[in-house]
Write a protein that binds this ligand. Structure first.
Ligand SMILES: [Zn+2]
Length: 166
């Protein structure tokens, strides 16, 4: 079952980390730590160098427990401006910003849901095929991260999954 409080906490944690386009390295580092603590193999590609950002796309792979077809799940880490110094306000079951910035629900709600989903799968020991999570940079300024996505080390620019959700 979805743990609503945990999901809300994750969401608040994510939105309060500044991550305007080209400045996603802090949030990427935090998400990478979380994903690795859950057992994922992670990789940051070189998109950041190509687009003048401070980090690349973050790719995480969870080994499947079954032979179900691999699945790719995508969201983006950057936000629009004004996105620095976000304070999340939770009232009547709804998150807003404090009015001085955007909230960043686009797209951190998706990232929070992805993290909650992986947590639920693991804590309930549910079966799943390989899952590749792709968190791109610089989506808001023209999908730049996605355009320079290279999900593997060296020349292996391909994903295992034939199906994905963005
Ligand atoms: Zn977006």
């Amino acid at each position: 079952m979805v743990n609503k409080e945990r999901l809300a906490e994750t969401f608040k944690f994510l939105v309060e980390i500044d991550s305007v386009s080209k400045e996603e390295s802090t949030i990427s580092g935090e998400i990478k730590k979380i994903l690795e603590s859950m057992g994922a193999e992670t990789y940051v590609d070189s998109a950041g160098d190509k687009i003048g950002g401070n980090t690349g796309n973050l790719i995480a792979r969870f080994k499947g427990k079954t032979l179900a077809p691999p699945l790719l799940l995508n969201a983006h880490m950057d936000t629009v401006e004004p996105g620095k110094g976000v304070t999340a306000v939770f009232s009547d079951g709804v998150f807003t910003s404090d009015g001085t910035t955007i909230l960043g629900a686009d797209d951190k709600s998706a990232i929070a849901i992805l993290l909650e989903t992986m947590t639920i799968l693991q804590e309930n020991d549910l079966p799943f095929g390989q899952i590749e999570i792709v968190l791109t940079v610089c989506e808001e300024i023209g999908l730049l991260g996605a355009k320079h996505l290279c999900p593997g080390k060296r020349d292996k620019c391909h994903f295992t999954g034939k199906q994905g959700y963005c």
